[in-house]
Design a protein around this ligand. Structure first.
Ligand SMILES: [Zn+2]
Length: 237
């Protein structure tokens, strides 16, 4: 299988995992993959939500977001390009507006890992408190890339998240785990003072949870779960 074909299959699965995990985000969510060693990316048809996407709706565009056809990707992918340009290590970018991520940010709280799986993001979440309006330009993208630094998630207060990874599974898993942790953190905050995780054990757990083997297992489980009600995903294997 060619590398592009693999990326297209993983993207199709990734869109549906994000939908299955409650991060549909309507017409405003994105998941992209960088085409290795080229100034090009793969994304989805502009105006489609994640659950709408089928194989034919995955489009390739240059970093100028031109697909070379009448099919369009979202102009907001400009900030994905800024992030790819600033981080050579990244192969995928997710942008969603998850319910719990939004609620936690709007409550004035920052992400704190409160369960073991979330330690894959320990010390990898960067805050972004400024609101930039609708983002369709590289200037904002550069500011976001700068704020993300070497992190895995940029928490956009009152907006959503940008989750990144070396691979599509890594970026999607970061988005899923982030949202799960926010849900638990919110529930915990309704009680008393929050007890969260940290320290050397957190670093050890992060190294384990960020390994290729664990990402592969987590990705395959999320894939099987999404494929239960979407038989076309089984064919993406
Ligand atoms: Zn957005």
């Amino acid at each position: 299988m060619t590398h592009r074909k693999t990326l297209r299959n993983e993207l199709l699965v990734g869109f549906h995992i994000l939908d299955e995990e409650g991060q549909n985000s309507g017409i405003a969510g994105h998941l992209t993959a960088r085409v290795p060693d080229e100034e090009r990316l793969l994304g989805h048809r502009y105006g489609y939500s994640f659950d709408d996407v089928r194989a034919d709706d995955i489009l390739e565009a240059g970093f100028d977001l031109d697909t070379g056809t009448e099919d369009r990707v979202s102009p907001s992918l400009a900030f994905h390009v800024s992030i790819y340009r600033s981080r050579a290590d990244l192969g995928a970018v997710v942008h969603t507006h998850g319910f719990h991520a939004l609620a936690l940010g709007a409550a004035g709280e920052d992400f704190r890992p409160v369960y073991q799986s979330a330690l894959m993001l320990w010390d990898r979440v960067r805050p972004y408190d400024r609101y930039d309006g609708i983002i369709e330009n590289h200037e904002v993208g550069l500011r976001m890339a700068d704020a993300l630094g070497d992190g895995s998630v940029l928490a956009l207060r009152n907006h959503g998240i940008i989750a990144v990874g070396r691979t599509i599974p890594e970026a999607v898993c970061a988005a899923v785990i982030y949202e799960e942790n926010c849900a638990i953190q919110l529930a915990a905050l309704a009680g008393s003072d929050l007890v969260s995780l940290g320290g050397p054990e957190a670093e050890q757990a992060r190294a384990f949870l960020s390994s290729d083997r664990v990402f592969a297992m987590r990705w395959n489980q999320l894939w099987r779960n999404a494929a239960r009600t979407r038989p076309f995903l089984a064919e993406a294997a």
